[in-house]
Write a protein that binds this ligand. Structure first.
Ligand code: FES
Length: 105
């Protein structure tokens, strides 16, 4: 039976790298918290093309570039923007409450 999703505390906003991608582990999941110019977004941190952790890539405030083959994703939507990335990132619903980033998992 599927467990109902609940909001979980992930990381304090104050602990994020401002304007950057911060890796956070939660119950065995590797997540990436993107502090974008349009707010905070969370995705599974592994590139959908290979084994890279996207938090090691270049982030320009909206787009994250994979460190391995330079695939490009929109960090707000997960959409793959440049080859070899084709499959979108798995985004996780996120919100900020009382200074904490929370995710619905
Ligand atoms: S592993 Fe990310 S583009 Fe290949």
């Amino acid at each position: 039976m599927m467990r109902e999703k609940t909001w979980r505390d992930l990381i304090a906003v104050a602990d994020l790298e401002p304007g950057d991608a911060t890796p956070v582990a939660l119950e065995g999941r590797e997540l990436a918290v993107f502090d974008t110019r349009d707010g905070i977004f969370v995705a599974h941190a592994r590139c959908t093309h290979g084994a890279a952790n996207l938090c090691d890539g270049y982030f320009d405030g909206r787009r994250i570039e994979c460190p391995l083959h330079q695939g490009l994703f929109d960090a707000r939507t997960g959409v793959a923007l440049a080859a070899p990335a084709r499959v979108p990132l798995r985004m996780v619903e996120a919100r900020v409450r009382d200074g904490l980033v929370q995710v619905l998992l």
